[in-house]
Structures are given as structure tokens and as C-alpha cells.
Design a protein around this ligand. Structure first.
Ligand SMILES: Cc1cc2nc3c(=O)[nH]c(=O)nc-3n(C[C@H](O)[C@H](O)[C@H](O)COP(=O)(O)O)c2cc1C
Length: 347
């Protein structure tokens, strides 16, 4: 309600500046206890207890500044990052665009973040607080050994994370998505698993792998096989797309990754593809174009154990997680499920 009044003013401001203001507002808002929902929304995935299945996707809180504030808004989990070993400024501005007519976003941020050290200090300070906080890790643009970057990040972040999300699907770091190729991916995951083991032994956080929606069927089969073989905790499907479905906004021609409503059907299809390829043997996190409880429910019924969103919060405001959870309670009841977990992969 309040957001409907604030939004026109916010949308007159440059998108990246508005994002900065949103972060600032969350940082200074009084601490809030996470709202409660029906018990059936709580779910256990990869050995982690989630209060509800609706998470904040990576990229909103790149530096791990406001995970607790996000949990206080009703998100069942917050994924911070992507964080890289060294701080980096990302691509030249402007690099973030609202496509209002399409309820979409195009970004070519390029992993702008304050680096691992600053994030470690921040995340160490919140250790012991309740709530699931995943840490999404990436590689520096100028790194000569990207696999070593992921291993470094796994070593630094494993003790602080509920789960580690290995992001090899950002379209804004040249060459990064090549890590999705079979032999590169195997080597990368082995290094990350070894690094996690070196600091956490057998008790380390599960590893989630975040993939692009722009994959060929053969890639999907190979990734599914490797994920099962390496006993990953989950696959996050998906990142932004470099494809361009029909768009009507004046910013449609900007380069970068497209997210929001025009990504929804593609991300839903990729989720189905991964469900088929994994045969239900690997939990999936559905992300891309989710804006309503109906979208989240469709993703869950198609095989997602958890969902995430980012772009829809730009358009719907900070009440979105709560609204979706309330809607999920209703849809669960309507379709005769006592828990969300029971509904996963039922269409
Ligand atoms: C501005 C922006 C920055 C993002 N940064 C990251 C990132 O650093 N790491 C990552 O894994 N995904 C990043 N993403 C992708 C989102 O996590 C998500 O996968 C994608 O936006 C699709 O979800 P949505 O349609 O709900 O936004 C970013 C998305 C946006 C819009």
C-alpha cells in the first residue's frame, strides 16, 4: 500500500541509486522478527530448515549488508552476493535498467561488490542469529585462475553460510558461463568441495549450483549428472537470460541479463527440463519472473522445492514475500496439500 505511493518517486530516480536507497532504508529500519506463516510452509531442503520456501535471490544484497532485514520482511531465506575474493567496481554506469512496460530489469552490473574480507566481517557479526542465509560466490573479472577464486571463496564463506551458491551463470563476466561446460564444471566443483572440506570437515554447508536459462538440452543433462554425482545440495534454476523475448520498453536494446516477467516462462521451462534430467533426485530452486503466489505455486508444482525472486520486488515493493507466502497458504489448501513439500513436482 505505502509502496504504491512511494514507487512513482522512486522510479524517477536512476535505478542503481534507487537500489542504494532501498538498501539504506533496510539497513536503518528497526529490527523486525520474521513474520509467521502456516506450519505447512516450513520445509526442509538439503538438510536445512526453511521457515518458508520464498527466498530473496542473489544480487539484491551483494555485500551481505541486510540479510536479517530481508528475513524480517518475510523471506524464508536470503542469498547474499555474488561476492568475489577482491573488491571490484563492476561495469561502467549506467548498468541497471527498469523496463517498466515489461515489468522487467536488464542489468550488466558485472559483480560489483566490496570483496570477501568486508563481507566476512559483516557476516561473522551476524553469526548465531536465526534464519537461512546463503552466500553466493563468484570470481573476479581479472582473475588469472577463476577456479582458485571459487575455492578461496568456499574456504572463507563455508563457516558463515547456511549454503554456498556457486554462481557460474552471470552473463556479465566474460567467459564465466563457460564454467558450465562438463569438464570445467567437474574441476570447479571438486575444488570447491575440497576447499569446503578443508575448513568444515564433513559438516560443511551444502553447495547449490546456479545455472543460466540459456542452456542446450545436452548441457542440462550433463549438469544434472554432475550435480547428482557430486552430491550437491540443490540446483538454482536460473540466472538472468541473454535472450530477448519481445519487449516494449525503450531500454529493451540494452545489453546484459534480462530478468522479471519476460523471463518467467523460460525459467519455468528450464526448471521442468532440470526436473526431468534429475528425475527428482536433486532439489531445485526455481527463480526467474516470479511475482505472485500463483507464479511461485506453479514453480513448486513443476518441481521447485524453494523459489527466489528479485525483479518483482522492484515493482511490488518490500511486502512481496509476505504476500506470496499468504497466497501459498491459500493455494496449498485449495489444492489439498498439507505442506509445500508434498506439492513439489506434482504437475
Ligand atoms: C540487478 C541484478 C543483479 C543481480 N546480481 C546477481 C549476482 O550477483 N549473482 C547472481 O547469482 N545473480 C544475480 N542476479 C540474478 C538474480 O539472482 C535472479 O537469478 C534473476 O534476476 C532472475 O530472477 P527475477 O526474475 O526474480 O529477478 C541479479 C539480478 C539483478 C536484477
Amino acid at each position: 500500500m505505502i509502496y504504491t505511493l512511494v514507487r512513482p518517486a522512486l522510479f524517477r530516480i536512476d535505478a542503481e541509486k534507487a537500489h542504494g536507497l532501498a538498501l539504506k532504508a533496510l539497513k536503518h529500519a528497526p529490527a523486525r522478527k520474521a513474520p509467521g506463516f502456516a506450519a505447512g510452509l516450513a520445509t526442509r531442503v538439503a538438510g536445512i530448515e526453511f521457515a518458508n520456501p520464498v527466498g530473496m535471490a542473489a544480487g539484491f544484497d551483494k555485500d551481505g549488508e541486510v540479510p536479517d532485514a530481508l528475513l524480517g520482511l518475510g523471506f524464508g531465506f536470503a542469498e547474499v552476493g555474488s561476492i568475489t575474493p577482491l573488491p571490484q567496481s563492476g561495469n561502467p554506469k549506467p548498468r541497471l535498467f527498469r523496463l517498466v512496460e515489461d515489468r522487467a530489469v536488464i542489468n550488466r552490473m558485472g559483480f560489483n561488490n566490496g570483496g570477501a574480507q568486508a563481507a566476512v566481517e559483516r557476516l561473522e557479526a551476524r553469526l548465531g542469529r536465526p534464519g537461512v542465509v546463503g552466500i553466493n560466490i563468484g570470481a573476479n573479472k581479472d582473475s588469472v585462475d577463476r577456479v582458485a577464486d571459487y575455492a578461496t571463496m568456499a574456504r572463507l564463506m563455508a563457516p558463515l553460510a547456511s549454503y554456498l551458491a556457486v554462481n557460474i551463470s552471470s552473463p556479465n563476466t566474460p567467459g564465466l558461463r563457460a564454467l558450465q561446460d562438463e569438464s570445467a564444471l567437474t574441476g570447479l566443483l571438486d575444488s570447491v568441495i575440497e576447499a569446503r572440506g578443508a575448513v568444515c570437515g564433513a559438516d560443511g554447508p551444502p553447495i547449490f549450483l546456479k545455472v543460466a536459462p540459456d542452456l542446450e538440452p545436452a548441457d542440462i543433462d550433463a549438469i544434472a549428472r554432475i550435480a547428482i554425482d557430486r552430491k550437491l545440495g540443490a540446483l538454482i534454476v536460473s540466472n538472468t537470460t541473454i535472450s530477448r523475448p519481445p519487449l516494449s520498453s525503450p531500454h529493451a536494446g540494452e545489453s546484459g541479463g534480462l530478468s522479471g516477467a519476460p523471463l518467467r516462462d523460460l525459467a519455468q521451462q528450464r526448471l521442468r527440463d532440470f526436473r526431468k534430467a534429475t528425475g527428482g533426485a536433486m532439489p531445485l530452486v526455481g527463480v526467474g519472473g516470479i511475482a505472485t503466489a500463483e507464479d511461485a505455486w506453479a514453480r513448486i508444482r513443476a518441481g521447485a522445492s524453494l523459489v527466489q525472486l528479485y525483479s518483482a520486488m522492484v515493482y511490488e515493493g518490500p511486502g512481496i514475500a509476505k504476500a506470496i507466502c499468504k497466497g501459498l497458504e491459500r493455494l496449498m489448501k485449495r489444492d489439498g496439500f498439507a505442506t509445500v513439500a508434498e506439492a513439489v513436482g506434482t504437475t
